[in-house]
Design a protein around this ligand. Structure first.
Ligand SMILES: [Zn+2]
Length: 295
């Protein structure tokens, strides 16, 4: 089943985005060779990026989430754009800290203490970055905290990744629900009650319950409407041309060394693990073009 995100409003007082991201997270697991805890962590951050990326306005806008904790996972980064093409990586792809062995706080310990940075690049001179300290290490509550402290929007966020015993991702998704400025006290209480009553998201998605089902639970006892349904994919924007340009920024001596000593060069995209190979001939062309550009 293809991943998608739905956006919705309830009684003009709340809005919610719900995402199913099983395919996207499984794709990330395969390209990055992720072990379970790394897959869980990157899966949550990729999902949060899609949920937040939905609010971007133009095709060139982008959002970047960076979870910088001091735990064994290291830094986790995800980038998304308006059309919900999401990519990302975790510094250490091979972390496996099962709850059975490491206890209830295994995940939080794997993330560690640090900060969540969120950067919105809206095509202005300077991208805007906000941050919050990682409090629970569970990512979802840190996202809620970010909205509260940076944008003063009461927000609840849920994220879940279900990893099967064989290491594959069998369910993933999440939601963000927010109170609009005119929300009544009753509405706030009802939403809070529904959020607290939400069963494990990872299990719901593993059982094949889609975003509509989760939305139904979020908006229990409320009138609501779905406004949009959008595809979400793990997709990088890198290309061989991009790396050709990067090679062209190196010193002539360095390129010559690659030609004479290494007989080629290889660049690996950290976001999607694609390898770009350049042979001697291609490097010579880069070098010649570079010299001509300087002349
Ligand atoms: Zn890439």
């Amino acid at each position: 089943m293809k991943d998608y995100l739905i956006s919705s409003t309830a009684e003009g007082q709340a809005r919610a985005y719900v995402l199913q991201s099983t395919e996207m997270v499984e794709h990330a697991r395969v390209v990055h060779d992720l072990y379970p805890t790394s897959a869980d962590a990157l899966g949550r951050v990729l999902s949060a990026t899609a949920l937040m990326g939905h609010t971007l306005k133009t095709p060139n806008d982008s959002i970047t989430l960076r979870v910088m904790g001091d735990g064994p996972l290291g830094t986790i980064i995800a980038v998304g754009d308006k059309d919900l093409k999401i990519r990302g990586y975790v510094q250490n792809p091979h972390v496996n800290m099962p709850v059975e062995q490491y206890g209830k706080f295994a995940f939080a310990n794997a993330v560690g203490i640090g900060n969540l940075f969120i950067t919105r690049d809206l095509g202005l001179k300077e991208p805007y970055t906000g941050s919050v300290p990682l409090t629970s290490g569970e990512i979802a509550s840190d996202i809620s905290e970010y909205y509260m402290s940076s944008e003063q929007i009461p927000t609840a966020c849920g994220l879940g990744v279900y990893i099967e015993k064989d290491g594959t991702v069998q369910g993933a998704g999440g939601f963000i629900v927010q109170l609009l400025p005119d929300a009544s006290e009753e509405m706030a209480e009802l939403l809070e009650k529904n959020v607290l009553a939400m069963p494990s998201l990872s299990t719901l998605f593993k059982e094949g319950k889609g975003p509509e089902y989760v939305l139904e639970l979020l908006y229990k006892d409320m009138e609501y409407k779905i406004n949009e349904k959008l595809d979400v994919v793990f997709q990088c924007i890198c290309s061989k041309d991009k790396y050709r340009d990067i090679l062209g920024t190196l010193k002539n001596d360095d390129i010559e060394e690659m030609i004479l000593k290494d007989h080629g060069a290889e660049a690996v995209c950290s976001f999607c693990n694609t390898r770009y190979k350049f042979n001697e001939e291609e490097l010579r062309i880069i070098l010649e073009e570079k010299k001509r550009g300087l002349a």
